[in-house]
Design a protein around this ligand. Structure first.
Ligand SMILES: Nc1nc2c(c(=O)[nH]1)N[C@H]1C(S)=C(S)[C@@H](COP(=O)(O)OP(=O)(O)OC[C@H]3O[C@@H](n4cnc5c(N)ncnc54)[C@H](O)[C@@H]3O)O[C@H]1N2
Ligand code: MOO
Length: 407
């Protein structure tokens, strides 16, 4: 039996960050930046009017007064030289004439084209977007480790980058296994159950930052499973097999994994769940690059609570590491438990719970059916209490460590 800590260390040791790729902006969304992006020039490159109006020297427009309008600049116009004592009609986004330091908005004028009466004073800098205001030349605008989202795409495009070096999104294939599995929506016959794991694990992998697809359900047939594994190894960075991991003659995963020398099945000291296959199949991706990490193969127990909690404890951090995320774990809070429960000796117990409170007042965790595998309880929880191996009793008021779930 392996401790949770040892298993997590083994999993993380295999979960190398994906080798960086240079991708077009549209493919970078959601990925982690692998190389800093430095702005080559100021953005905007020159000061710009940020409103339609009159570019002036603020000192010339201190009181209400009239100025001759000597030129006008549309948004695509070239940069003029401003003559003190004059005004230039400018569009919002037009380059500010050199020497002007403010823009009086149209609404504060009589909108004259030859000369203009200004009704308001402006301070230097008013109505102007300064050069480098969005990004300064030479500055790092996106640091390695940043997760690319809409704001970062805007900035990358604004500094003129059409491509970014990112860690590509890990690809996950989820294979559910079992003769008894039936797609949700289909009628159940004797002994069949709806396949709950495929949907859950694909969503969990996506939430962890991966691109995930499902394959199956695959029947309890070794030859079929072998073929599915061989097919999927070429398109996955992480291949997750779910179910078929029991000890009976019907269970196929142990035998199929035995054909992959670096993949082993362990009983991890965790409850619920615990039985887990894990390893790396080197060179499964052709052609083999230098340093190509190979494909991680993991096998999870089939019950949806076991499958989800085993994914949560081991594969979610692994996927985040592969994606290049800096933070691998969920936020953790300490909470006082609302009522007591027992925890098995020698096993890390994971208990769905509802946690309420605030950083100021502290948090309270109410366990949901501890010791019982209930998918409804797991779905209702907003946190998971992690009870250490050596704790056999959690008393009311004890402080426990809780992983905070989303949603
Ligand atoms: N004699 C022994 N039997 C078992 C041992 C053992 O040591 N000796 N270990 C037990 C442990 S611990 C676990 S964990 C399981 C591992 O087997 P699986 O979870 O892989 O077994 P399955 O039969 O595939 O599934 C268990 C349960 O979950 C249901 N299931 C499976 N897949 C799905 C799915 N996609 N959606 C919904 N439900 C699913 C399945 O129908 C079963 O009811 O082995 C123990 N046995
Ligand atoms: O290992 Mo099993 O997943 O204990 O229930």
């Amino acid at each position: 039996m392996r401790s949770v800590a040892d298993q997590l260390a083994a999993v993380l040791a295999a979960a190398a960050p994906m080798p960086p790729l240079d991708v077009v902006l549209s493919d970078a969304d959601g990925c982690i930046v692998a190389r800093d992006v430095v702005a080559e020039a100021d953005v905007p490159v020159v000061p710009m009017a940020d409103r339609d109006g009159y570019a002036v020297l603020a000192a010339d427009a201190r009181g209400a007064g009239e100025l001759p309008v000597v030129d006008d600049v549309p948004v695509t116009g070239s940069r003029l030289r401003h003559v003190p004592g004059t005004a230039v009609l400018v569009a919002a986004g037009a380059p500010l004439p050199v020497g002007a330091d403010a823009v009086v908005p149209l609404e504060a004028s009589d909108r004259g084209r030859a000369k203009v009466a200004l009704r308001a004073a402006v301070a230097p800098g008013e109505g102007v977007r300064q050069a480098g205001q969005d990004a300064r030349a030479g500055s790092t605008v996106l640091a390695a480790g940043t997760r690319v989202g809409p704001r970062h795409l805007a900035l990358a495009a604004a500094v003129g980058r059409s491509r970014l070096w990112v860690r590509p999104t890990p690809r996950v294939v989820v294979v559910t296994i079992g003769d008894e599995l039936v797609e949700a929506g289909r009628r159940l016959r004797d002994g069949t159950v709806h396949d709950a794991d495929a949907h859950a694990l694909v969503a969990a992998a996506r939430e962890a930052g991966a691109a995930a697809v499902r394959v199956g359900p695959v029947p309890d047939d070794r030859a079929v499973l072998r073929e599915v594994v061989a097919d999927q190894l070429v398109r996955a960075d992480l291949l997750v097999l779910v179910g078929g991991l029991s000890a009976g003659p019907w269970d196929t995963v142990g035998d199929v994994l035995a054909g992959l020398p670096d993949v082993r099945v362990d009983q991890v000291a965790m409850t619920p769940g615990g039985r887990m296959g894990f390893g790396v199949v080197p060179g499964a991706v052709l052609p083999v690059d230098d340093g190509a990490p190979g494909v991680i193969v993991a096998a999870l127990p089939g019950h949806p609570v076991d499958a989800l909690l085993t994914f949560e404890m081991f594969l979610r951090p692994a996927l985040r590491a592969m994606a290049g995320q800096v933070t691998l774990y969920r936020p953790n809070v300490r909470a006082a438990v609302a009522r007591a429960w027992a925890s098995p000796a020698g096993l890390t117990q994971v208990v769905p719970a509802t946690v309420v409170g605030s950083p100021g007042e502290g948090y309270t965790a109410t366990p949901l059916e501890p010791g019982v595998e209930s998918l409804a309880a797991l779905a209702r929880a907003n946190a998971l209490v992690v009870v250490p191996e050596d704790t056999t009793m959690v008393a009311a008021g004890d402080l426990v460590s809780c992983l905070v779930l989303e949603g």
